[in-house]
Ligand binder design. Structure first.
Ligand code: PEP
Ligand code: MN
Length: 356
């Protein structure tokens, strides 16, 4: 990371970028209010740092020894105002990170227009901020409902339009999962946040594709990925220039007979641990994390106590009717109780170590 002097000129910056490219790397130019920072993206083995450090306009060269330097706290601090490390993600006027917990709620899968609009209205009334809904569903069996996106492109686009319209009608930004590269351009036309599901956390090409989009990305942790791996793959999005990334902890593979009790093991220690490593907001999905509707209230409270910036929760006016994931889906009333409790808990932990 090259920190430029306050009075570095455009010419100075251009020259550094040219030098970096000369050695086969990409330059990530971050222009803060006070200074410009240039991150090197790629293999640095042959870069003569002694030479670059004395070029005009360069204040300092700092080595960041992690595979996720562009999303690291150090990088955030260097580019942030007054050394402020955290950087919220903005969805219009909605701020994710550094404030009230942001609640994303909605059905596991969008089934039809009426279902989606009824749920959108109900979650809005319960206090949710963002509407979720799966259209391109990752499913373990090819014989089960694949989401409306699994039928054909026309059905996918219709469902995306319903998402957009439900969001507009009830004043909720919307998020949906893109499962493949060819979903990205289409979904980006209609939704506010592109979700990468846990199974795709390792899909470098998909990460690079959303990294080139001017849309916030919600990246879910793979259930077998360590924290360093998760952050390293988030870096693939940032390396393409998109740093509007929301990280989501959604549970890792349980040990022993764990799966008999909970679908995954929600790794809540990862929340404050990751917030110490990165400036990105971190949210938690207690629905997939437990697989059990009777555990969602407690694990939502626990997630906010752990410093999470928000939650993603599956909700339906009649969970028993849901085609996908009904057993982990809660009612709007339960959602409202969770949101109320989480606001209180957030007040107690905001600004404390780990949540900062
Ligand atoms: C989802 O949020 O719809 C989903 C499938 O979650 P995950 O990728 O975490 O399994
Ligand atoms: Mn689901």
């Amino acid at each position: 990371m090259m920190i430029m002097k306050h009075d570095a000129t455009e010419e100075d910056i251009k020259r550094i970028v040219k030098e970096i490219r000369h050695y086969g790397l990409k330059a990530d130019v971050s222009r803060g209010d006070f200074r410009t920072v240039i991150g090197l993206v790629g293999n640095e083995a042959n870069v003569p740092f002694d030479h670059i450090a004395i070029l005009p306009g360069v204040k300092e060269v700092i080595k960041i020894d992690t595979p996720y330097k562009l999303i690291s706290r150090e990088y955030g601090r260097a580019t942030g105002e007054n050394g402020e490390a955290r950087k919220p993600v903005m969805i219009g006027n909605l701020q994710i990170g550094n404030g009230e917990p942001i609640i994303m709620a909605g059905p596991c899968a969008v089934e039809n227009k009426k279902q989606l609009f009824m749920i959108a209205e109900a979650v809005k009334k319960a206090g949710a901020h963002v509407l979720r809904g799966g259209i391109f569903k990752p499913r373990s069996s090819v014989h089960s409902f694949q989401g409306l996106g699994g039928i054909d492109r026309k059905s996918a686009e219709q469902a995306l339009k319903w998402m957009r319209d439900a969001g507009r009608e009830f004043g909720l930004p919307v998020v949906t999962e893109v499962r493949g590269e060819d979903h990205v351009d289409l979904a980006a036309e209609y939704v506010d946040i592109l979700q990468i599901g846990s199974r795709n956390m390792y899909n470098q090409d998909l990460l690079a594709k959303v990294g080139r989009k001017d849309k916030p990305v919600l990246l879910k942790r793979h259930f077998g990925a360590g924290i360093e791996e998760f952050l390293s793959f988030a870096e693939y999005i940032a390396a393409e220039g998109n740093k509007n990334i929301i990280l989501c902890e959604r549970g890792i593979v349980p040990v022993g007979k764990g799966k008999e009790f909970t679908r995954y093991t929600l790794d809540l220690g990862a929340v404050p641990a990751m917030k110490k490593e990165t400036y990105l907001p971190v949210i938690v999905d207690p629905s997939h994390g437990t697989g059990r509707r009777d555990l969602i209230f407690n694990m939502s409270c626990a997630a906010i106590a752990a410093g999470a910036d928000g939650l993603m929760i599956e909700a339906h006016y009649n969970p028993a009717e849901a085609i996908v994931d009904g057993s982990q889906t809660i009612t709007p009333q339960e959602l409202q109780d969770i949101i109320k409790a989480c606001r209180e808990i957030h007040k107690l932990v905001a600004g404390r170590a780990g949540s900062q």
